[in-house]
Design a protein around this ligand. Structure first.
Ligand code: ZN
Ligand code: ZN
Length: 558
């Protein structure tokens, strides 16, 4: 009797210890994989606008079973792709991480954010340039993760755009893979490796891009169901490929390729895939290949997979946010995301991974569409104004190249020339301010040097300061009115981004997976720079070195 009691007591103690240790283990268990999904140019309101037409397994799964930050914003300008990706993954703004644009002007030279002439392209015989993250000053959360476990974690980036893969993969990434439109292949560079893995070779041998160039883009649902968008053919859209096609469904890719060739489309024809849902599907396929081939989430430490879908961006630029084309790209992306989640469940296990989904910036609606609804909007002729301003300076100070570089809203003066002529930079800055402030569409013009000294006095000034780095940004900054974009690119339709306004800053920020509160949301204002410190907090590692954001406590369940 006594003996069985003690066995009974032993069992209770044993099982309660086991149970406690399981709880303890669960509480300390880190997600096996972090998946970042960046949807290029996604406005927050697409989540609500297209909600009824989304399936249950994609965006809606992330919202219903995850955490929705409904009021998340970019906290700097310019709201562009490279700064966006860098800010998401480093948790700080361009003023700190240094990626002040897709392009900038530095030491008298034009710089593309990820071009690196010291490395070579891998994965294609001839292609576009090779890339690396060398221009990025700060660490990504993936870098901090790698440092924390002496490089045991695996970190990968994949995108159609080189900058959408390279910047998220950080300095220590195992690889960034991006789409090369010259070859139609996914490529990488010698920054990451000396020889491409067999799985990349095999992936490229599938020739998916050739297959898609023979495919047809039809709407997912009967076209009359797209009641959230304008008619299929409006004056607010540009065409796909050389401006000769009518932008209407169905898009028979083989015909578009033929027409593009006849019309001397100056880019490689694979470029045409970038503004179709096929581009996103290519990225989804490559992401799933990396997931399985690299056995992500199956190691003893957390891995990172950074996926960036950018067909949404080019489609937004060409057709505009009100178009059926943009809506259909999102409905199809919803399917691609569903497939990714299903594969994560299968490969890593439900509740064993964390996904966050956001955008690198949002976008304005097409200016002429807005004008048709009496909303103030317009097209700014940067090119014509550049010539006018040059002439103005020449009349005033003599015919010389006083400006080294006009880069849309940035003006870079030739400071050496100005000094040689015993003139003051301030004088030229004052002239620029006076000149541009008079032009329709300009909201304000700043001397960035003056702004740095005096500090931002309003929201717009603070936003531009957060995006300013003295060695790379211009001396003068032209801040346009809301819904005003470059006439040179968008006279025929389509839209863009880059401003300080909510139409460019308000983006989705969704968290989903292991220990993330389910079906909860916050309407509190969240900055884009809060994502990275939230992830490092989940992982219990050091905050990224330059991060100026704060962990989102609601996501951590605190
Ligand atoms: Zn972008
Ligand atoms: Zn864009």
């Amino acid at each position: 009797m006594k003996k069985s009691y003690s066995i009974f007591a032993f069992c209770i103690v044993y099982y309660s210890l086991l149970f406690c240790s399981q709880i303890f283990a669960q509480n300390n268990e880190k997600p096996k994989l972090i998946v970042g999904i960046v949807v290029d140019q996604m406005r927050y309101d697409y989540l609500t606008k297209y909600n009824e037409k989304f399936g249950d397994g994609g965006f809606r799964r992330l919202i219903k079973q995850g955490f929705n930050c409904k009021n998340a914003h970019y906290n700097y300008a310019p709201t562009e792709t490279a700064p966006g990706h860098a800010s998401i993954y480093t948790g700080t703004t361009p003023a700190t991480h240094g990626i002040v644009g897709n392009f900038w002007f530095e030491n008298g030279k034009n710089v593309y954010c990820v071009t690196d002439t010291t490395v070579q392209l891998l994965g294609a015989l001839a292609g576009e340039g090779a890339a690396s993250p060398r221009n990025l000053f700060m660490n990504t959360f993936g870098d901090e993760l790698k440092i924390s476990n002496i490089g045991k974690s695996k970190v990968f980036g994949v995108s159609l755009k080189d900058r959408g893969a390279v910047l998220p993969a950080g300095h220590t990434g195992d690889a960034a893979y991006w789409f090369d439109a010259v070859s139609g292949n996914f490529v990488t560079s010698t920054y990451y490796m000396s020889k491409i893995p067999t799985y990349l070779e095999k992936f490229n041998q599938r020739k998916l891009s050739d297959k898609f160039l023979k495919d047809t883009w039809k709407t997912l649902y009967p076209i009359e169901k797209y009641t959230e968008s304008t008619a299929d053919n409006t004056n607010f859209e540009q065409s796909l490929g050389n401006g000769k096609d009518t932008p209407t469904f169905p898009y028979v890719m083989a015909d578009i390729v033929e027409k593009a060739k006849k019309n001397q489309f100056k880019k490689p024809v694979y470029e045409l895939l970038r503004a179709t849902p096929f581009g996103n599907t290519l990225v989804k396929e490559m992401a799933l290949t990396i997931l399985t081939e690299e056995k992500l989430g199956k190691n003893n430490q957390t891995d990172v997979l950074a996926i960036s879908f950018s067909s949404t961006d080019l489609a937004g630029h060409i057709y505009g946010p009100q178009s059926i084309e943009v809506q259909d790209i999102y409905l199809r992306l919803d399917r691609d995301i569903e497939e990714i989640l299903e594969n994560l469940d299968k490969e890593v296990g439900e509740d064993s991974y964390v996904v966050f989904l956001t955008a690198d910036h949002a976008a304005a609606y097409t200016p002429n569409f807005l004008k048709s609804m009496k909303v103030p909007a317009g097209l700014f002729d940067y090119k014509a104004q550049k010539e006018n301003f040059k002439n103005h300076l020449n009349t005033k100070f003599g015919a010389k190249d006083w400006v080294q570089k006009f880069d849309d809203q940035n003006i870079y003066f030739d400071k050496k020339l100005i000094a040689e002529n015993k003139l003051e930079l301030e004088t030229f800055e004052e002239e620029a301010i006076k000149f541009y402030r008079k032009i329709d569409g300009v909201f304000d013009v700043f001397s960035m040097n003056e702004l740095v000294e005096e500090g931002g006095k309003n929201h717009a000034q603070q936003m531009w300061l957060n995006g300013y780095y003295h060695k790379r940004s211009g001396d003068i900054l032209i801040s346009l009115k809301p819904n005003w974009i470059d006439k040179g690119w968008y006279e025929k339709g389509g839209s863009s981004h880059g401003s300080v306004y909510n139409h460019d800053t308000h983006v989705p920020v969704l968290f989903y997976g292991a220990k993330i509160p389910r079906g909860k949301y916050t309407s509190r204002r969240i900055n884009i720079t809060d994502i990275a410190p939230t992830i490092t907090n989940i992982l219990g590692i050091q905050k990224p070195n330059g991060s100026t954001g704060e962990p989102i406590l609601e996501v951590l369940g605190e």
